[in-house]
Design a protein around this ligand. Structure first.
Ligand code: S3P
Length: 175
């Protein structure tokens, strides 16, 4: 298998955890776009949003995707809003096999309420924000992805296994 496996999906759908699992299973290095931006910037995502803007963060995401285009054999976990720009969706598809992790709003709310590191949900009604954003983003995830996986009733290991099987099939039929 040569190309990358890219995980997309809303906040709290398990991209980073499943990315780590896939990385261990395939022996492929993991690139986590949020984490890389934080390392490059030397500050947190809430700080970038506050001191610059969401737009500035989105520019960083696009630049990062462009810089990854020559990579292969990586697992790439992305931030939940990376699919917003058509340019990014195109770049994601060029990078490899794009897997969309899906969860229902209640599950997302539960998983995201554990930490305050997400500026978009740091408000009085995160549940409404989640539903509104999902309304806008769901067609964009679908448009960017090769496959979508419902994660609500699955363990992280089960999701990982599903991705491994489908990626082998995908790359097998591409060669
Ligand atoms: C965002 C999701 C976050 C992070 C930033 C914006 C979004 O990543 O990139 O807070 O717009 O959905 P996770 O999906 O890893 O939480």
């Amino acid at each position: 298998m040569q190309k990358n496996i890219i995980l997309i999906g809303f906040m709290g759908t398990g991209k980073s955890t499943i990315g780590r699992n896939l990385s261990q299973t395939f022996g492929y290095p993991l690139i986590d776009t949020d984490q890389l931006i934080v390392e490059q910037q030397g500050r947190s995502i809430p700080s970038i949003f506050e001191e610059n803007s969401e737009q500035a963060f989105r520019d960083m995401e696009t630049e990062l995707l462009k810089s990854l285009i020559k990579h292969s054999g990586h697992i790439i976990a992305t931030g939940g809003g990376i699919i917003g720009r058509p340019e990014n969706r195109q770049l994601l598809r060029e990078l490899g096999y794009v897997v969309w992790l899906i969860a229902h709003p209640a599950e997302i709310l539960k998983r995201t309420s554990r930490n305050a590191n997400r500026p978009l949900l740091d408000n009085d009604d995160p549940e409404k924000t989640i539903c509104d954003l999902l309304g806008v983003r769901t067609p964009l995830y679908r448009n960017a992805a090769h496959i979508g996986i419902e994660t609500d009733n699955l363990s992280f290991d089960e999701v990982t296994t599903g991705i491994i099987e489908s990626a082998r099939y995908h790359f097998g039929t591409q060669e």
